[in-house]
Design a protein around this ligand. Structure first.
Ligand SMILES: Nc1ncnc2c1ncn2[C@@H]1O[C@H](COP(=O)(O)OP(=O)(O)OP(=O)(O)O)[C@@H](O)[C@H]1O
Ligand SMILES: [Mg+2]
Length: 250
């Protein structure tokens, strides 16, 4: 397995304290921990959306923490995908145009291999099909449910074929059924090769990842290796995770 993400000694003011970890290509890793422990801050600093006060982050050969703001923005657009709870969808655009937005932006940067708008729309339609929201293309973002909007957000995050997907509580606002559906989509994407780093409060969601980190007061206090994601061992893994979380003081 090849290393995709390397985080070394990451500090952010008093919020993150010397966090180090690596993620291999094709892994799905969960970050858990109590509210205020620094999970979102960690995600923002790893993804180059915030400047850490100390430490280094690499995405394969590229040292993110050394890049200019413009280069970080470009790296995020071309190599990363984001599914956050406050999803930053544009209220003046319909669902389809929201999904198309990062792809249109990425296209502008490209000198070659540019895609036509028709090609991008086709890709967007395919993602919407996969996530069962094809019929919502023309709706405004206020005319769909939370789960549907979250699925649109996943479509949007996949448009530029990211190497790594960062998700912050992607199922937080959803009921059990919708959360399960969204998680199934993540598992599918992961099986197709997308590396995923996901912050979650939901042990059911985390139990379907390969590894789980426990963050407390801005430090990683524990790591649980759950191994391959299979449906057969799902229940056992959930029990193992819950046991471990209890030991961690969850
Ligand atoms: N921009 C900021 N300026 C100062 N402090 C901040 C900022 N953002 C977050 N914090 C503080 O940093 C700590 C960690 O916040 P963070 O949002 O990373 O926690 P979290 O683990 O994601 O929590 P939750 O599970 O509630 O989302 C909290 O004490 C929070 O108040
Ligand atoms: Mg958070």
């Amino acid at each position: 397995m090849k290393e995709l993400l390397r985080v070394e000694n990451l500090c952010k003011n008093q919020i993150l304290n010397h966090v180090s970890f690596t993620v291999e290509e094709g892994e799905m890793v969960a970050i858990m921990g109590p509210s205020g422990s620094g999970k979102s801050t960690l995600l923002y600093n790893v993804a180059g959306m915030d400047q850490p006060s100390e430490g280094k982050v690499w995405l394969s050969e590229q040292e993110i923490t050394k890049l200019s703001e413009d280069d970080k923005a470009s790296l995020r657009l071309h190599r990363m995908g984001f599914v956050f709870q406050q999803m930053n969808m544009m209220a003046n655009l319909n669902i389809l145009d929201n999904i198309l937005l990062p792809a249109m932006q990425a296209n502008k940067d490209k000198k070659e291999k540019r895609k036509t708008k028709a090609e991008l729309r086709k890709t967007a339609r395919e993602w919407m099909e996969k996530l069962s929201i094809s019929d919502l293309a023309e709706r405004s973002i206020t005319q769909v449910s939370g789960g549907q909007l979250q699925r649109a957000c996943i479509c949007r995050s996949m448009m530029n074929e990211p190497e790594i997907l960062f998700a912050d509580e992607p199922t937080g606002a959803l009921n059990k059924g919708a959360a399960g559906e969204v998680m199934n989509e993540f598992i599918k994407l992961n099986r197709q090769g997308t590396t995923i780093l996901i912050v979650t409060h939901d042990s059911k969601v985390a139990s379907r990842c390969n590894r789980v980190f426990y963050l407390l007061d801005g430090s990683i206090r524990g790591e649980l290796v759950l191994g391959k994601v299979t449906s057969e061992t799902e229940k056992q893994k959930e029990e193992r995770l819950n046991q471990w979380l209890m030991e961690m003081g969850w």
